[in-house]
Design a protein around this ligand. Sequence first.
Ligand code: SF4
Length: 213
Amino acid sequence: MDKNTDFIFQKRVERTIENLEKNNIEAFFVQDEKELIDKIMDLVPENATVSVGGSMTLFETGVIEHLRSGRYNFLDRYKEGLSMDDIKEIYRKSFFADAYFTSSNAITEEGEIYNVDGNGNRVAAMIYGPDKVIIVAGINKIVKDLDEAIERNRAMSAPANAKRLNKNTPCAKIGYCMDCTSPERICRNYVLIKSQGKKGRMYVIFVNKHFGY
Ligand code: SF4
């Protein structure tokens, strides 16, 4: 990355971390995937029960592979051959996990976390249940404020996910949200996490790269 744009991203990360901490959300900045995995091992002990929300970032950063390493009791929703009932059971068991991993659609410089879900299993577990929630995000997920977070979802996260999932929605054809009424709509639950009551429950780990949508 050019050193001047790197400087701008560094400052944005610093502001965001400062404001997340004010909201009782601990945040870290790591440079690459190796530092990310080291940080995860600091935060989550061996044999912990862990689960994940749907996320491209977790695949791209190697977190899913790490969770499959045998170090943890991983409730693996991506395991081959699972039935819909098996997946439903994993979603429900995830509320009892020691640590829940996910990414985010946008994280504001004001220290807020914005996510839009179809099922709602991800946002439900982020809000309540798991003892720890660990959000892994590339620096591309940082936005200025809630308005930019909403716009980011409409212009990038949701259309890209609809395309990835081969949904029959307008955004998957034109590349922008039309606030559709499609039966295949993937945006149904819009959640802004402003703060945590319990310090030490929610963490954000920024990785100094671009990941996911
Ligand atoms: S509301 Fe519909 S059109 Fe908008 S991003 Fe979601 S699925 Fe696409």
